[in-house]
Write a protein that binds this ligand. Sequence first.
Ligand code: FES
Length: 238
Amino acid sequence: MASPFEILGIDADADDDEIVRAYRERVKAVHPDQGGSTREFLAVQRAYELLQNGNGDASLDVGDDAERATETGDEEPASSSEATNGAGQDPEPEDVAEGYRVEYLNYETLSDHGWDLGDDDLFEKAADADLSPEDYGVLSFTDDRNLLAAAEKSGYAWPFACRGGACANCAIAVVEGEVEMPSNHILSQEMVDRGLRLSCISVPKTEELKILYNVKSLPGLDELRLPAQQFDKARSND
Ligand code: FES
């Protein structure tokens, strides 16, 4: 058993900034893509959630035989959507029988064409611009995968770093429709109000979506980014 502070490798009197810094470092270090285990990754996520909720006295079981991190203390165990948010395990929205249709556009194409994020006809112009499938197209899927995973399943390399909601490398702007992002520890409320979301932990809530991906250079997101090259030099275009 270990305290949330021990799991994040910080003192019990760490302040909020130290907790956030430690979380971002730990979630990178234990990510399954980097040789960590799903158990460790979930434990780090859960430890951070506990500290964010003022439950620093809780204990987490991170023993080798644990299927996933479990805890003792006053707080209820995490819901399935919270506990599986990351490491390729997606949150669980309601099923949509007809599937999801996600129209996507690469934000970096806007400046090439003199377009603006606020253009009402942005996606109509994109549809007529003969863009490559990497830059503009439609993702169709019926399961509850997150948007980053949906893009990858279709063969596209959208930017990412931690895959755990701890950076802004995978940020997207939702132009139409809604997504569900169960645990956001990084984006400010003002960013969320602007429609920004993290593709690695966001799943569609509406059957139709229009999103801009690769928006990590938008104001305010730069300082929230992590170096991507250590995670996936070949695939990320960060
Ligand atoms: S890749 Fe870091 S939050 Fe999505």
